[in-house]
Design a protein around this ligand. Structure first.
Ligand code: SAH
Length: 201
């Protein structure tokens, strides 16, 4: 399946899904589970860059109405199949997270597990403008990204606290930025990450 706004930069991800990419841990990210259990996720949820859907499907089991979008049609096909197999009601769509204003509805929460850290500076600002349009007033963006505390240069960009704060200015409030882990299916298990909560005013 392809869409009009297919993404040139997506080739790497589409290819990654022919194998088991490092972020495919076969379960929701523990930090997303913790956040949900602590009440950090409310109402209707948009999962941006949902991959094969483990986080979205977990939130569906908790009764949320969830829409997951991803640029990779392979990932979306897998997420859709998992939803059918598990008899869970979640919607998955191939869509560009840099064109979020094209989506036809708004949400109470947007979750992001490992998308923000793939964007360039210019893409960050395009993404954030679109995100703003998809959240109700008072809606929250819950983000999990690689942190600058993680050494090395392999994988995605490292993101600093200051960068998160500088990205969400104006109509946003950064409520918290907490150090945590992003689990991967590599030997060392996980990497240093930030979990940030940002509210749309
Ligand atoms: N959230 C998932 C996947 C993280 S990997 C998880 O936690 O397992 C990052 C995901 O973002 C990949 O699935 C990739 O295909 C997707 N992605 C990258 N750029 C994108 C874009 N511009 N629009 C939509 N999805 C994108």
């Amino acid at each position: 399946m392809t869409t009009e706004n297919d993404i040139e930069t997506n080739d790497g991800f589409e290819e990654a899904y022919t194998d088991a990419p490092p972020w495919e841990i076969g379960r929701p990210q523990p930090e997303i589970v913790r956040l949900a259990e602590q009440g950090g996720i409310s109402g209707d949820v948009l999962d941006v860059g949902c991959g094969t859907g483990e986080n979205a499907l977990y939130l569906a089991t908790r009764g949320h109405d969830v829409v997951g979008i991803d640029a990779s049609s392979t990932a979306i096909d897998r997420a859709t199949e998992k939803g059918q197999d598990r008899v869970l009601d979640a919607t998955f769509r191939v869509s560009n997270a840099l064109g979020l204003s094209d989506l036809d509805r708004q949400f109470d929460t947007a979750i992001d597990s490992g998308l923000f850290h793939v964007f360039s500076d210019t893409e960050r600002s395009i993404f954030v403008d679109g995100l703003r349009s998809r959240l109700h007033q008072g809606g929250r963006y819950q983000m999990l990204c690689f942190s600058d505390r993680e050494p090395g240069t392999w994988g995605p960009r490292r993101v600093s606290r200051d960068e998160i704060e500088a990205t969400f200015t104006g109509d946003w409030v950064v409520d918290e930025i907490q150090p945590t882990q992003f689990e991967l299916n590599i030997e060392s298990g996980g990497v240093h990450a930030w979990r940030a909560t940002v509210t749309r005013l």
